[in-house]
Write a protein that binds this ligand. Structure first.
Ligand code: LLP
Length: 436
């Protein structure tokens, strides 16, 4: 087991609110977002990157109308990657000109919605899309600002499902074989698209700087090619170099996130130097953190339901602790073998810790929340467990599997709590059914 808290039990208070009170008021399972933590991570990103350009919060990590408002109030831009995310952001009053649209297969309807809303720019991901967006913009008598997403051929050291810049995959235009350069030519040849920058995203949950640096060098390498083919004047309209998201966060004590300020300074330095070398002014450096903003400040609170000691070979015991949620509110353990820290948070226990497996209530044995962890030996039904750092890609990847209702999301700040998203009800499920 890798969670460090062998005797980390106790009554947890989140932003001044006892977790037991939250569980009583809102029920379990429950996501609790520390509003100040979320906002301060936004502010830290602006503090680090703001002087060089801008920060887009990647809303796929977690979005609600209230979250969009926080992001807006903190002065960040917003990335959306679907019509749904766009609609929620607009509903929240997020200024369209500070929204960017992503996606490898945006539908015509999504592209049209983005144009009609007046989003800041759209990140192009395929030749088909270049033609499609050009036509849609033309029909509207509009010129759309676009970036071209390139796959820079970096193998990010992360889980293969969330690494995105090696070339054998669905995103972007490969640098090799001149594919990306062809895309740039194609955009320049359109009437209704204005190429305003280049984009790269190498993956997610990354802890080493090398991949980001290499990506920056390679993006700037393409900029250099563009200068030599189209000249400095035409290339100068590419004022945005967007290096994507991917900053890793600490799920376990041993995880060691990169200092955001160092990342910003290092990348800005590369972009400045290499742009100057080809006679271009310093472009706007954009980044798109999702996890690093939303992840750390949220916990999931579960109630323990049943406990089962299963005998393994040679007399060893594995303790299965079942909680009232599972893979429907956190698919990451199953999907990426993600690891989390967990603690007993409703009381102090001095019982010796035993190796436990926290499992959900879903009808499959893969439904594991935490594969191996230490939990107090006297754990009992009704105890509350908190799983840390569940703010990114848990609620946003939640499902209705087994018709288990999605948990509510509650924000806490200054000793008070308020509901951001209520718990799903059976009426929500039945509302979608046409034949009742
Ligand atoms: N920009 C682009 C173009 C992206 O595709 C992503 C994430 C981000 C920014 C934000 O990356 P972040 O800063 O959050 O690492 N579901 C997976 C993560 C998938 C990330 C997809 N793209 C997980 O739970 O680990």
């Amino acid at each position: 087991p890798r969670n460090a808290v062998r005797d980390g039990s106790g009554e947890l208070t989140l932003a001044g609110v006892p977790v037991g009170d939250l569980a009583r008021e809102y029920g379990t399972p429950l996501f609790v977002v520390d509003e100040k933590d979320f906002r301060s991570r936004c502010a830290d990103m602006i503090g680090a990157f703001g002087q060089y350009g801008r920060v887009h919060y990647a809303s796929k990590a977690f979005l609600s109308t209230e979250i969009a408002r926080w992001v807006n109030e903190e002065g960040l831009c917003l990335d959306v990657c679907s019509g749904g995310e766009l609609a929620v952001a607009l509903h929240a009053g997020f200024p369209a000109e500070r929204i960017a649209l992503h996606g490898n297969n945006k539908s015509s309807a999504e592209l049209a919605a983005a144009l009609d809303a007046g989003v800041g720019h759209i990140v192009l991901d395929s030749l088909t899309e270049i033609d499609r967006l050009d036509a849609l913009a033309g029909e509207r008598g509009a010129v759309a600002d676009v970036l071209v997403r390139i796959t820079v051929g970096v193998e990010a050291h992360t889980h293969e499902f969330i690494a995105t810049a090696h070339e054998d995959q669905k995103f972007g235009f490969a640098l090799s074989g001149g594919v990306a350069m062809d895309a740039v030519r194609r955009v320049f040849a359109t009437d209704n698209l204005r190429l305003v920058g280049l984009h790269s995203h190498i993956g997610s949950q990354i802890f080493d700087m090398d991949g980001f640096e290499l990506a920056a060098h390679r993006v700037l390498g393409l900029l250099k090619e563009i200068v030599s083919e189209f000249g400095v004047d035409k290339t100068a309209q590419l004022e945005i170099i967007d290096l994507g998201g991917g900053l890793g966060i600490s799920y376990l004590e041993e995880d060691d996130p990169l200092p955001v300020k160092d990342v910003a300074d290092t990348l800005a330095d590369i972009v400045r130097r290499e742009s100057a070398a080809v006679g271009l002014p310093m472009p706007t450096l954009a980044v798109e953190p999702g996890r690093a903003i939303a992840g750390p400040g949220t916990v999931t609170v579960y109630e323990v339901g049943t406990i089962k000691d299963v005998e393994l070979e040679r007399g060893a015991i594995r303790r299965y602790v079942s909680v009232d949620g599972g893979m429907s509110d956190n698919i990451r353990t199953v999907l990426y073998q993600a690891e989390y820290d967990v603690r007993l948070v409703s009381r102090v226990s001095s019982a010796p810790a035993v190796v436990s497996r926290v499992v959900g209530k879903h009808c499959e044995s893969g439904d594991v929340v935490i594969k191996d962890c230490w939990l107090p030996g006297d754990l009992r039904p009704g105890d509350l467990l908190a799983v840390a750092a569940t703010g990114a890609y848990c609620y946003s990847m939640s499902s209705r599997y087994n018709m288990v209702m999605r948990p509510p999301v509650v924000a806490v700040a200054d000793g008070a709590s308020r509901l951001l998203i209520r718990r799903e009800t059976i009426e929500d499920f039945l509302r979608l059914e046409v034949s009742k």
